[in-house]
Design a protein around this ligand. Structure first.
Ligand SMILES: *Cc1c(COP(=O)(O)O)cnc(C)c1O
Length: 349
């Protein structure tokens, strides 16, 4: 990160560490389109094994991973049921509809980010020529940094399965969820990641977020679903060549950057607690590494001015009415304290 900057815009802004770069430089390489990049193959096997799937496929981005998943589950004229605020509905330029002729059926979230089971059930269409064919339920964990309750994930997936629907998890931040879930249990993050994944037919994870790799995601599933996803990835232009250089960074992240996500979560709590004492600001208590901050009515129109004030002091965040601060590998306690001080200065000056 540029010297002196506290970049809290996203956990995607991290630069690979020196050790991660070394592992990238040392990676044995081949041509992954021929299936002979050993580093890509090893990463795919490693992730599939960790999460309890038959197969995995390395992807350039999480967006493409979700797209390949939806299109592997659904054909033209099918639909997928999804939350209004989920990435694979709202934030992917309508890809499933544009590129796959798959109709999204979005559902409003409850206050805790879940989808009401009754809403999911009501959205599943009967087999009738008037309707698109309901084929897939897509969920997300974490959702906006919120940990989704295990019992709900299981119940929602069980409901979908009982209607013959597939289940896809957008687990861009699955390992943040797993680390948060393991806290206070006699468990560890990898065991929790596997437990979360167990309700789903496909799971997508991002290496480029909190795990700190420069790029890359992966989709896990059965051999059959992953074979379909491989064809769609090719069609979408995402089949890379000596991508072992990127896969090496991802493998390094799985070995070294999972448990440490707890540090990012602790920094997020420190930020929220620091902001809690400031008049006009309400920081929602974070489950993981994302802190949403609401400005009280009187301060709302000053959101833009606040972001500018922070940027002038080398603290970057995003948002409009709700500001978003994301912690990651490249921020530390001093940076968080600087962010809090800069917000305080804005409101108390
Ligand atoms: C970032 C993100 C994605 C997409 O990842 P890209 O690599 O940016 O395409 C998908 N889902 C969620 C929940 C994300 O946060």
């Amino acid at each position: 990160m540029a010297a002196g900057l506290v970049d809290l815009r996203s956990d995607t802004v991290t630069r690979p560490t020196a050790a991660m770069r070394e592992s990238m430089m040392a990676a044995p390489l081949g041509d992954d389109v021929f299936g002979d990049d050993p580093t890509v193959n090893a990463l795919q096997d490693k992730l599939a094994g960790l999460l309890g799937f038959e197969a995995a496929l390395f992807m350039p981005t999480g967006t493409q991973s979700n797209l390949c998943a939806v299109l592997a589950h659904c054909g033209r004229g099918d639909e997928y049921i999804v939350g209004q605020m989920q990435h694979c509905y709202r934030w992917e330029a309508g890809g499933a509809a544009v590129l796959g002729s798959v109709q999204p059926q979005p559902i409003a979230h409850q206050a805790d980010g879940t989808l009401a089971l009754a809403d999911i059930e009501a959205a599943i269409k009967p087999d009738d020529p008037h309707f698109a064919r309901s084929r897939l339920l897509a969920l997300e964990n974490t959702l906006g940094g919120q940990l989704m309750p295990m019992e709900w994930l299981r119940a929602a997936c069980g409901l979908a399965a009982s209607h013959g629907l597939g289940r896809h998890l957008d687990g861009a931040r699955l390992f943040n969820a797993a680390v948060a879930q393991a806290e206070g249990l006699e468990s560890d993050a990898l065991a929790e990641a596997r437990r979360i994944a167990a309700s789903f037919d496909t799971v997508s994870v991002c290496f480029s977020k909190g795990l700190g790799a420069p790029a890359g995601s992966a989709l896990c599933g059965s051999r059959e679903l992953i074979a379909r996803a491989r064809r769609i990835r090719k069609m979408a232009g995402g089949a890379m060549r000596q991508s072992g250089m990127l896969a090496a960074a991802a493998a390094y992240a799985l070995d070294h950057h999972v448990e440490r996500l707890a540090e990012d979560h602790a920094l997020a709590r420190r930020l929220a607690e620091g902001l809690a004492g400031i008049e006009g600001v309400q920081a929602l208590p974070p489950h993981t590494n994302i802190v949403f901050v609401e400005l009280q009515a009187a301060a709302r129109e000053r959101a833009g001015a606040l972001l500018e004030h922070l940027a002038q002091r080398g603290v970057l965040a995003t948002g409009l009415y709700k500001l978003r601060f994301v912690t990651h590998l490249d921020v530390d306690v001093a940076g968080i304290d600087r962010a809090v001080a800069a917000v305080r200065e804005f409101f108390e000056a």
